[in-house]
Design a protein around this ligand. Structure first.
Ligand code: UD1
Length: 310
């Protein structure tokens, strides 16, 4: 993938061994000096390119942050506790990883005058009054995770307004693609694909009428590269496709693309789950030049092919 004008920079990617961070690292490593900060809680060594410098440590550790940010030009902050369910079980850990560590990173970026592109989330909106959701719509997060992401999204804007730091918040909707590994706390597509390929039941939480806007990893990377060079600093952007897919429809499409015998079963609805989530992307289109390039179906087929090859 092209680097979208991000060249010859010293770039720190926190969570650089994770799903999104790993894709960013691979995209940038040939044309930049890439540093990865990851503690491998959910990250994978296979995601770290050989040419990158790895700092294996926890992003909550302030000495580590100081070391990792020394002389950096640009930071992609992807390290997070990404599971909504985990944040409900353990709000304090979510706060430490998602909020406190981000604040410390913004402080370090201020000292280095480094641009920060920060992973915010659609979870900040909670149950939306209407879809698609615009950036200025009400924000009533339903989970500690959503609250943490809302807090750092505000901090990013404030660091621009108060200190002139170049920050951009990207409010990811539901990212998916090759490299997203299924686990208790990972994204629904990776879980459904693993279940389908193992011939196990596909577990839909609740009635499956809840909807999500699934955005393919290449387009997440595209938005990050645009955020790294845009003049629209101090701003937040939705990163999605504008297309709503229900979880039931997702389960059925997974059955189709994997050609599985697996049945769909329904379990209890998930506490703190948001019902509908679709991005309005006009702001990202107009100001970043963002344009989704991979449809849900195409992305799912590519991801299923990858999952099958594992
Ligand atoms: C996801 C991301 C979060 C991101 C947010 C943006 C993960 C783990 N979380 O949260 O980091 O900020 O999108 O919108 O990637 N479901 C099932 N069966 C399962 C698993 C999930 O039916 O086995 C349902 C859930 O109840 C939910 C939907 O699928 O309704 C999506 O769940 P999930 O993939 O965990 O994502 P979000 O909670 O939207």
């Amino acid at each position: 993938m092209q680097t979208g004008g991000v060249t010859n920079q010293t770039v720190l990617i926190t969570g650089g061994a994770g799903f999104i961070g790993g894709h960013l690292a691979r995209t940038l490593v040939d044309d930049n000096e890439v540093r990865i900060l990851d503690n491998f809680t959910t990250g994978r060594r296979a995601n770290v390119p050989a040419e990158a410098t790895l700092i294996e440590a926890d992003c909550r550790d302030e000495d580590t942050i100081a070391r990792a940010t020394q002389n950096v030009d640009l930071i992609f902050h992807e390290a997070a506790l990404v599971s909504v369910g985990r944040s409900i079980e353990d709000p304090q850990t979510s706060h430490e990883i998602n909020t406190d560590a981000t604040l410390a990173l913004l402080e370090a970026a201020r000292a280095e005058d480094a641009r920060v592109v920060l992973a915010s989330s659609a979870a900040i909106y909670g149950h939306p009054e209407r879809v698609p959701i615009a950036e200025s719509d009400p924000k009533e997060p339903m989970s500690p995770y959503g609250l943490d992401k809302l807090t750092i999204d505000h901090y990013a804007r404030q660091y621009h307004e108060l200190y002139g730091l170049e920050t951009v918040s990207l409010r990811y909707f539901n990212a998916f693609g090759p490299g997203q590994v299924a686990g208790d706390y990972s994204g629904v597509i990776s879980i459904f694909l693993e279940q389908a390929l193992a011939g196990e039941p596909i577990t839909v939480d609740g009635d499956g009428t809840q909807t999500r806007d699934f955005v393919y990893i290449d387009d997440i990377v595209q938005a990050n590269l645009q955020a790294a060079t845009t003049d629209a600093v101090g701003e937040a952007f939705n990163v999605g496709t504008g297309e709503a897919v229900s979880i039931r429809e997702l389960a059925e499409t997974v059955q189709e693309v994997t050609d599985t015998e697996s049945e769909i079963v329904h379990t209890n609805p998930r506490p703190g789950d948001i019902d509908h989530s679709t991005a309005a992307i006009a702001k990202a289109e107009d100001r970043l030049g963002f344009e989704p390039t991979v449809s849900f179906r195409e992305g799912l087929e590519r991801t299923a092919a990858w999952a099958r090859s594992r």
